[in-house]
Design a protein around this ligand. Structure first.
Ligand SMILES: Cc1cc2nc3c(=O)[nH]c(=O)nc-3n(C[C@H](O)[C@H](O)[C@H](O)COP(=O)(O)OP(=O)(O)OC[C@H]3O[C@@H](n4cnc5c(N)ncnc54)[C@H](O)[C@@H]3O)c2cc1C
Length: 367
């Protein structure tokens, strides 16, 4: 019998393999596509933030920052002596219209309780801090300017975690698990991302296709934060002389990962040009699409032991934030598996019972 088998070698499975191996567990990770062509993590925008509504998400965002900053030291291996995730700590800027201002003021109380270090300004003050933004219709905005938020290269991040997990003894094996009953292990962890339902039919996590556009603009503002305009849902950030911009329109039951090109003219470009007038001159240079592992119940993670099994744990449903939550979730699952309860960040609210009993606990700040 194996000690631990993790199904899915994406970012959640690999981070969990790292933390469990560090605790001396003998881990096998089974991944059906080791090129990760359609896995979510390589197609993500790489953002890490602490600007959420719910305290658990804020705390996981804070842990992500610590983990990423310490990555060169903690994930160093013989094979990868200088690990990096190419971090760009430009911060986040989230802008809210009058209809969401009250909700944001409540979120700020949670930021404060979690010592998130975010700053809040009135919409009318935006030009003073971000002179390239048109503040029309913005009631309030929150940002960080202390290198606590930003983005990373998801593939490098995954590679560094995998290399360290392997050095600690984890084995990554190619395989496609059709049914959990195929596995004979003391502990099983489902980290199957948006394909979780194939293994655990009662978990409402499904693939949700999102498109990201690449655009070029004569003016490049390198220091721009990852910016979300919550009045339209469009978000963007600089990338290598160009910009990446995400469409808030998503598709369930998509047949393929062809980008939804029509979103660009219909929504994304007008929204960008309205909010950042220099974007009127931009040119579309490319696009890609990827799947969010969407928890249809409440857009929040589902993590913990599955009550219908003796030895099955799971982590999925991150709905646009699984990359940044991977370190915190890997550590939390490891604590739960090795000690029977969460030790550092208590994420019991994300438990599996919640979704089995349809008790929604929505996280409103999905980008
Ligand atoms: C466009 C886009 C932008 C995003 N932006 C961000 C962002 O800025 N910040 C952020 O934190 N998150 C972001 N995300 C979300 C993030 O990418 C996901 O939440 C995260 O990758 C989920 O990690 P995972 O390991 O659960 O899933 P995945 O990365 O999809 O990995 C799951 C793996 O499991 C394997 N697998 C599944 N079923 C089986 C099986 N039965 N047998 C064997 N292997 C199996 C799959 O092949 C896959 O490799 C974004 C996602 C998209 C698509």
């Amino acid at each position: 019998m194996d000690d631990v088998v993790i199904i899915g070698g994406g970012i959640i499975g690999t981070a969990t393999a790292y933390f469990l191996s560090k605790e001396g567990r003998k881990v096998k990770v089974i991944e059906r596509d080791p090129t990760y062509k359609i896995a979510s993590f390589p197609l993500s925008l790489g953002g890490f933030r602490r600007q959420f509504f719910q305290k658990e998400n804020i705390l996981l965002g804070k842990f992500a920052k610590e983990f990423i900053f310490n990555l060169p030291k903690n994930l160093k291996t013989k094979k990868n002596p200088n690990p990096t995730a190419s971090m760009v700590p430009n911060g986040y800027l989230l802008m809210f219209g009058p209809d969401r201002a009250e909700e944001q003021y409540k979120a700020l109380e949670n930021h404060k309780e979690c010592d998130a270090g975010t700053k809040n300004i009135k919409g009318s003050e935006l030009p003073e801090f971000f002179p390239y933004i048109n503040n029309d219709g913005i009631e309030t905005a929150t940002y960080t300017d202390n290198e606590t938020e930003g983005w990373i290269d998801p593939f490098l991040f995954h590679g560094a975690l995998k290399s360290k997990a392997e050095e600690l003894g984890a084995k990554f094996i190619k395989g496609d698990i059709k049914n959990i009953s195929e596995i004979n292990a003391k502990t099983i962890v489902s980290a199957a991302g948006c394909w979780t339902k194939e293994l655990l039919g009662d978990i409402p996590v499904v693939p949700q296709k999102h498109t990201v556009f690449r655009v070029k603009c004569p003016k490049y503002i390198k220091e721009m934060p990852l910016t979300g305009d919550l009045t339209t849902g469009v978000y963007w950030r600089p990338e290598g002389g160009e910009y990446l911009a995400g469409s808030p329109i998503s598709t369930f039951d998509a047949k393929d990962l062809e980008p939804d090109w029509s979103h660009f003219d219909e929504l994304v470009w007008p929204a960008l040009a309205k909010r950042v007038p220099i974007f009127e001159e931009l040119k579309l240079t490319g696009a890609w699409a990827g799947y969010y592992d969407c928890n249809k119940l409440d857009n929040n993670a589902v993590v913990g032991k599955h009550p219908k099994y003796e030895n099955v744990y799971m982590a999925s449903g991150f709905t646009g934030r699984g990359l940044m939550q991977a370190p915190g979730i890997g550590r939390a699952l490891t604590e739960l598996i090795t000690t029977g309860k969460y030790q550092t960040i208590d994420i019991s609210v994300f438990g599996v019972d919640r979704v089995l009993n349809s008790k929604a606990r929505p996280e409103p700040y999905v980008l």
